[in-house]
Design a protein. Structure first.
Lengths: 406, 500, 330
């Protein structure tokens, strides 16, 4: 009995000590920005960028090319600049084993070496971690987070990132979805469309946009879903109604699109298949007569060719915006270092990000990079690229090459 | 190994500690606690033994107090940086809390609940729906935390009631599917309610409010850390008291033998449901805290991977041991975080890696065996380096290690050129070599160890350091296998006699 | 929209007609055959060790990569350097043997040291093995999705090859060569397994060991060897399933083992874990249910339906279809 009373007393004492410490800890704690944000750092010869991408977990096949492209950007930049780039990487495990995006955010924010961030890859990861980055004074430049609401408040949904902390070097779902829907409606003139998403944030966003746009034109839209982890599509194929004219598959993995196409044809179905930028990979997705949306890249660019020859001739471009993102960060850091005469702060770099412009040749995307300061059109907001940034539509030829048609 | 048998009948007062281990396979029928009593007494030598003895004989409240004292001081010396405090401190505490809830269900009541993460997720979504702009409710935490617990408890009670008659593995399967169904429901099904998908689909629900108690906001990492510490202490104390009470004894009784417990008029089914409720309430609470900490509720954060980590924590720490959960969570989370690529200490990781190898070798007996292996490894390395340089050419040996020490370049072969498939053969070769070493005995093992160790260094420098995230998971897997092989009852668990 | 699910399903059943129903049945049986083969590995190991071998799905995954490795070594499906029939046979041989060895290795190094440990310890070891296999595969394959492109085997210029030729059609629904191969191979392997288990000395030893390991070892049965053989046979079946998965479905990826293994495991449970015919029946059942749920209710429901049925089923009949009710020893 006495023991129990002792235990309870000790316990009560503990709790009160904790409450006191919590209150005290809060009084001493900074409110919005950590000290790292305004801390002056010497640029020296080497500056560090954090690269957050899914290195492990089910989405690792998307992270690997992003890392390759980031490294390629580093190599290109270091060739021609005195201020060299170095990377610290963070494994965000999109849909992976533990809640890592937010942990990477905090690790980067408190690593004073890191001056800018490329990534995180997924929109939900950005949502998860953007406050940690902001708190550390860092701006993030993502090459694949395409959710509209990250940069734009629309239809009752608030903007999901603080202004000036999030940028992306990829057109958002609204832009891509609009392009695709217009092409289906105006050029292909299809009235009965099936949209199959792959249960990921990227795919759901595009699917919703294309569906809304097509329904507005009076087309009939049916939907289905596949899981990235369940690659038997035979029954999804069987479920496609016979009067469907076109199947839109905004997926992230090109090999899945190729498999889907094969299974569709093997089951004697004749529908046109239309993929997204995630399936834009001529070495894998070769379904003749299909369409994909993709960056209007200049295939004759020496940088692009150098990448292709360094990676077994694989012209994969899903990871390409990560290259652009590294270039944007590098330019912002170099500019801030120059302005501060060899010294700078994270805040100074972050504030520079929206002023960074890249020419068409440097961005590699097929269009120049200019960031918007305010809303533009139906979907773009501050942090999105303005100007001519948009996807092109490509048709897959009999020999497997892609030809631009829209 | 055979030293113990050299002194069979010496009448010295301290009994031989090896005696009970002579026949590890046939412990059935022997009360292991009695059998190991001598061993326990023999431990109390040297400073380490003294510390262990002090720890074991301290009352539990003192232990908890010691933990809190250390944990509360951490932000001021070891975890000064905010990122470290967040990743090493706060997340360890969250894992401790989750592990405690799971320990009640698995360790105390003996129910193999694989749906635990779903309750964690339900707590997070409850918080997200009530404390964010998503539906425009900004309820304070003193209201949402209990609601989150309640939201997790109700499905747990229903599931527990429905599954009350299922035995061991079948319960595991039913709960596993519950967890999987929860994931699909939140990620894909996402039914519309009040004009919006209730779970936000794959994007989840972003922009959650910080924890707000009576108008007082917890925003900094330090505040969250202390708040979570307090929560964990409260949870641990509650579980401790429950475990010492009649309920706890009944849980253990029905875990050991449900049939006998039933005969003794213990309401086994009701206790099972109670354990379920207890565990899921803790999970729901931690889920709400986690949601507030990460400012978003996203369904993939509650998948089977998290469950595996939690099980690893509970079992590594010791089945049924509350203190074990703390140890397990610290070991697993700290080692995980430390191995992750974002923890930017490449040269430190290198030293740890080689240090660990040397430590293992140094423990070999007799000493000259260790010396032979060490010399052999070093010599073997230089020999291989020379041979490769002579046979394959300059380009194969002049690469630089990814970071740090340059002395390695003359010992480890690091090619300067891209060597694609070569890496794969090295890795597979290493796995095979380790298996070979593990199955060899005596001097054969010593001889095989040197090239294997060199191969390990080779693979580490050429393959593993280039993908730290993957390496972390591989090492995690190996750690689980090795730890289970060495100490199947967990670090702080007591080995139980299996009744056949 | 979701509350109209029932009406959607009825519409879809009408829209697809009998042809659609046959197609789904066909898809389900083929997929289910693969589940069955993997489920056998789960059920055999469970029967003999009472261990949920979580790593078994990953042995299957390794099998798909081994088959792919052979395929690539001989030029790949689009430009094979040897005729396709021996190539396929070689893929089977290598993958089955390789997976078998992997299985034996897993047993030897991860599970054997835990023979007398509490039952939950090997479960954690199994998780460790799963982590190890998955991430090793990721490291070795550089996280790439590798396509078999099995459709092109034997075809010209990347067109559909003989594997996709119809063997027969029901109501205009073709049943192709590869589908027949998958189902017949699965049946043949299961028949061989049944022969081994019920007609050979090894099988007798296996049954004895699974009934009572201690007593079996007292009768002079080398139980370690028997357990090793059990893992070998189970993994060989998983390896065969891996190659057929590659040829029929096509995408080798380090993460496929998890969900596919989970479903196969479901099949083992539905059939009654520990029972061989149960695993076969359960596999086909899960495959068919999944196919119909996907085709009629949509892909987002397939898993919920499969798992929901399973939960209800287990609550009503906890020992599975063909499992014998466990007698509690006192």
């Amino acid at each position: 009995m006495l023991k129990k009373v002792g235990a309870v007393a000790a316990f009560a004492a503990l709790v009160s000590v904790l409450v006191a410490t919590t209150a005290w800890g809060s009084a001493a704690a900074p409110r919005h920005l950590s000290a790292a944000a305004a801390k002056t750092v010497k640029c020296g010869k080497k500056v560090t960028i954090g690269v957050a991408y899914p290195e492990t977990g089910p989405a690792a096949s998307l992270g690997a090319p992003q890392w390759d492209w980031a490294n390629f950007a580093k190599k290109q930049w270091n060739k021609s600049h005195k201020l060299k780039l170095a990377f610290v990487r963070g494994d965000t495990q999109l849909a992976g084993a533990n809640p890592q995006a937010v942990q990477v955010g905090h690790a980067f924010a408190s690593n004073s070496k890191i001056l800018a961030v490329t990534g995180p890859a997924g929109s939900q990861e950005v949502e998860d971690s953007i406050l940690a980055y902001k708190h550390g004074g860092l701006g993030v430049v993502s090459g694949s987070a395409t959710r509209i609401f990250l940069t734009r408040a629309e239809g009752g949904t608030a903007r999901e990132t603080p202004k000036g902390s999030f940028f992306r070097t990829v057109p958002n779902d609204g832009q891509q979805g609009d392009n695709v829907a217009t092409f289906i409606h105006k050029v292909l003139k299809k009235k009965n469309v099936r949209i199959i998403d792959d249960e990921e944030a990227y795919s759901q966003g595009l699917a919703a946009q294309v569906k809304a746009d097509l329904e507005a034109t009076g087309a009939t839209v049916t939907t289905d879903h596949i899981s990235q982890q369940n690659p038997d599509y035979s029954s999804v194929v069987a479920g496609i109604p016979n009067n469907t004219q076109l199947v839109y598959i905004p997926w992230q993995v090109p090999s899945m699109a190729q498999q889907f196409f094969t299974q569709l044809r093997a089951n004697g179905k004749k529908q046109i298949v239309m993929g997204s930028d995630g399936t834009d990979d001529p070495s894998t997705f070769k379904g003749a007569g299909s369409y994909v949306s993709g960056f209007p890249v200049d295939t004759t660019s020496p940088a692009l060719k150098a990448f292709q020859s360094a990676h077994g001739g694989d012209p994969e471009t899903f990871g390409l915006p990560t290259y652009t993102s590294v270039m944007v960060n590098a330019k912002a850091i170099a500019g801030a270092c120059k302005a501060g005469h060899g010294k700078t702060t994270r805040t100074a770099i972050r504030k520079r990000l929206h002023k960074v412009t890249l020419t068409k040749t440097v961005s590699l995307l097929g269009f120049p990079v200019v960031f918007l300061g305010k809303n533009q059109g139906k979907f773009q907001g501050p942090g999105d690229m303005g100007g001519t940034a948009a996807f092109g539509i490509y048709k897959i030829q009999k020999n497997g090459t892609y030809a631009r048609v829209g | 190994m055979s030293d113990a048998s050299d002194t069979p009948g010496v009448p010295e007062p301290p009994p031989e500690p090896e005696a009970p281990e002579a026949e590890p396979g046939s412990r059935i029928g022997i009360d292991s606690w009695v059998a190991e009593a001598d061993q326990r007494r023999a431990r109390g030598r040297g400073p380490l033994g003294l510390a262990a003895w002090g720890w074991e004989s301290a009352p539990d409240s003192t232990k908890l107090l010691a933990f809190v004292a250390i944990a509360a001081s951490l932000p001021f010396w070891l975890l000064k940086s905010e990122g470290d405090l967040f990743n090493f401190g706060l997340f360890t505490l969250i894992f401790v809390g989750l592990g405690l809830g799971l320990q009640v269900v698995v360790g105390l009541a003996g129910l193999l609940d694989l749906g635990y993460v779903a309750f964690y997720g339900i707590g997070a979504y409850a918080y997200a729906l009530l404390s964010s702009g998503y539906y425009g409710h900004h309820w304070p935490a003193e209201a949402t935390l209990p609601i989150a617990m309640g939201a997790a408890v109700i499905p747990a009670a229903i599931l527990g009631f429905a599954a009350r008659r299922l035995l061991g593995d079948y319960l595991a399967i039913v709960t596993l599917f519950f967890a999987q169904a929860f994931l699909v429901f939140t990620n894909v099904t996402n039914p519309t309610l009040f004009g919006k998908g209730i779970t936000g689909g794959a994007n989840g629900i972003p922009n959650l409010d910080p924890l707000t108690f009576f108008g007082y906001k917890l925003t900094s990492t330090k505040q969250l850390y202390f708040f979570t510490l307090g929560t964990v202490v409260v949870v641990a104390a509650a579980i401790y008291l429950a475990n010492q009470s009649r309920i706890g004894r009944a849980w253990r009784a029905s875990r050991e033998d449900p049939l006998a417990a039933e005969v003794m008029s213990i309401p086994v089914n009701r206790l099972k449901i109670l354990a379920f409720i207890f565990g899921s309430a803790v999970a729901g609470l931690l889920g709400a805290i986690y949601a507030a900490v990460s400012t978003a509720a996203v369904s993939t954060n509650f998948n089977i991977g998290v469950l595996i980590i939690l099980y690893a924590i509970v079992i590594l720490g010791g089945f049924g041991s509350i203190a074990g959960v703390f140890v397990g969570a610290i070991v697993i989370n700290v080692s995980f975080e430390f191995l992750e690529p974002q923890t930017d200490y490449p040269s430190f990781k290198r030293w740890l890696f080689y240090g660990l190898i040397i430590f293992v070798i140094a423990r070999l007996k007799p000493w000259y065996r260790a010396a032979v292996i060490l010399a052999g490894t070093v010599g073997f390395g230089f020999a291989v380096h020379a041979v490769v340089a002579a046979m394959a050419g300059h380009a194969w040996t002049t690469g630089k290690p990814i970071s740090g020490a340059g002395w390695l370049t003359h010992w480890v072969v690091i090619p300067r050129l891209n060597h694609g498939n070569f890496d794969n053969f090295l890795y597979i070769g290493l796995v095979l070599a380790v298996m070979l070493v593990a199955s060899l005995k005596g001097w054969w093992r010593t001889i095989a160890l040197a090239p294997t160790l060199y191969l390990t260094a080779l693979v580490w420098e050429n393959v593993l350091v280039t993908s730290p995230g993957v390496t972390a998971l591989i090492l995690f897997g190996v750690m689980l296998i090795v730890l289970m092989a060495i100490r199947p009852q967990g670090l702080l668990g007591t080995s139980r006699v299996e009744i056949v | 929209m979701h509350h109209l699910l029932l009406f959607n399903i009825i519409d879809q059943i009408r829209a697809l007609g009998w042809g659609g129903a046959f197609t789904l049945l066909r898809n389900g049986i083929v997929l289910g055959s693969l589940y069955s083969l993997i489920a056998l590995g789960y059920t055999m190991v469970y029967g003999i060790l009472k261990l949920l071998n979580f790593a078994h799905g990953d042995v299957f995954m390794i099998g798909t990569f081994m088959g792919y490795g052979v395929l690539i070594a001989f030029g790949g499906a689009l430009a094979p350097t040897i005729p396709f029939i021996p190539l396929i046979l070689l893929m089977f041989a290598v993958s089955m043997a390789g997976s078998g060895v992997v299985g034996v290795g897993i047993e030897r190094f991860a599970y054997r040291p835990l023979r007398n440990a509490p039952r939950i310890a090997p479960l954690i070891s199994a998780l460790g093995v799963a982590f190890f296999l998955e991430n090793s595969a990721q490291l070795l394959t550089n996280s790439a999705h590798e396509l078999y492109n099995g459709y092109a085997l034997g075809g010209k210029n990347g067109n559909f090859g003989p594997l996709l030729n119809p063997v027969f059609t029901i109501d205009q629904v073709p049943v192709t060569v590869i589908m027949v191969i998958v189902v017949l191979t699965a049946i043949a392997l299961m028949a061989a397994l049944v022969l081994i288990v019920y007609r050979t000395k090894l099988g007798k030893a296996m049954r004895a060991t699974s009934f009572d390991r201690e007593a079996a070892s007292m009768m002079g049965i080398d139980t370690d060897r028997v357990i090793s053989m059990t893992f070998f046979i189970g993994s060989v079946l998983a390896g065969a399933a891996g190659v057929m998965y590659g040829l029929y479905i096509g995408d080798a990826y380090f993460f496929i083992g998890f969900l596919f293994g989970l479903k196969a495991f479901t099949a083992a449970v539905v059939g009654g874990i520990g029972s061989l015919p149960g695993a076969m029946l359960g596999g086909v059942l899960i495959g068919v249910v999944e196919a119909f749920a996907t085709g009629y209710a949509g892909g987002q429901w397939s898993e919920i339906v499969v798992f929901g049925i399973l939960i209800l089923f287990l609550l009503v009949r906890p020992t599975g279809l063909l499992g014998s009710p466990a007698i509690q020893k006192v």
